[in-house]
Design a protein around this ligand. Sequence first.
Ligand code: FDA
Ligand code: NAD
Length: 430
Amino acid sequence: MGRAFVYVVLGGGVAAGYAALEFARRGGYSRGELCIISEEAVAPYERPALSKGYLLPEDPSRLPKFHTCVGANDELLTTKWYKEQGIELVLGTRVISADVRRKTLLTATGETISYKTLIIATGARALKLEEFGISGSDAANICYLRNLEDADKLVNAMSSCSGGNAVVIGGGYIGMECAAALVTNKIKVTMVFPEKHCMGRLFTEKIADYYESYYTLKGVTFTKGTVLTSFEKDSTGKVTSVILRDGNHLPADMVVVGIGIRANTSLFEGQLLMEKGGIKVNGQMQTSDSSVYAVGDVAAFPIKLFDGDIRRLEHVDSARRTARHAVAAILEPSKTRDVDYLPFFYSRVFTLSWQFYGDNVGEVIHYGDFTSNSPRFGAYWVSKGQITGAFLEGGNRDDYEALSMVVRRKTKVLDMPELERQGLAFAIQE
Ligand code: FDA
Ligand code: NAD
């Protein structure tokens, strides 16, 4: 049993949705030549909604409202849209092996799907506690958050936990966004993570302090510098408390785990070059096999702005842009320059909202008001006399645009105390 396509997008997440839109806009395929294969049962959607609008106690966001590409203020691609565009959605279908030499994919149902050109958009999976030697994370009240199924489990757990206690494991993006959602759902939260402060991959201690103080005022307790070792469970298998390395027991009616991800590369290991935990691609998003492209969380690609350094980014803007770039490169190779991407991350929690551009390397200068409840503060990272990164909480569209420009231009900094004194004005007047 088998089907043949010209173009196959493997994975049906954010990148797949934006790739589909780019194919449709460019019109470079005929009906039935392009398919998206996804393990998920629904058409591509904006994954960031799962830790934000989806978890709201009132008027939560539900599909079809957040299918791609609404996150970039673009068209809402429903199942009907794919049909109209002649793009085949092969949903609820897991690919279990790939043969790059033969250009075939084998699905769990035994179907062989062949392609002329493949775009790998398999994203990533949430790391499980088992991978750190802790067992029992399949309990009914332990939640991870990567896909809709996880989000539904989390919503159900929250609905039977009002007024109760949640323990959030991990102080990264999932931990911070879920802790905020739990508080909004009137659940008491303790966050547990091994680092000295939250968001260790990006935040400075000063920035982290602001968010931790804000969360503390909202009732969140921080247990830092330690990890969990096991769970206590009742006779039904539900977790009742989390046991920490220091011997403390934290009562828990539910647990949310966000301890990082691994890119879904396994189908291609030994067949394509890998780097930084992902599939290595060039500036056209093309892998070491010229018929295969990789985009989104799974792709490790050169960042021109960082002198071609290869990075694997785990953020939605990068997924959207690399997907569109790959399609342009496939359909119009001679007209498509190498990708020139400015890394961009953001988050929204409670009424707070921040954006970051560039790379958080070098010396840091903080500026602005770190004390208010409606704050406006930020930081620049400066390396070799140039701006390499910029962070701002509470900015408006023009502020963020100005910051992105100083990072993109690697604006020179002649006087660090002056940069600190000017703060945001430095970027705006540039
Ligand atoms: P994505 O994970 O979206 O899609 C991968 C797809 O491949 C899935 O459909 C999966 O089922 C499928 N797949 C994998 N293996 C397969 C196989 N063998 N066979 C078939 N299908 C397979 N970023 C940001 O910048 N701002 C934000 O606010 C957020 N918020 C956020 C919230 C939550 C809850 C998560 C989990 C993530 C975010 N992110 C984010 C990160 C952002 O969502 C992420 O970078 C993109 O979803 C990456 O898009 P991809 O398409 O690469 O992977
Ligand atoms: P992360 O990498 O942001 O954070 C992982 C956290 O796990 C670390 O901060 C650390 O505190 C913790 N940790 C690691 N090992 C641990 C252990 N043994 N015990 C306890 N804690 C441990 O990953 P995440 O928060 O799980 O997020 C998953 C993915 O989702 C990431 O790719 C992230 O970019 C994405 N995401 C992004 C956003 C956003 O950009 N706004 C929002 C949600 C999710």
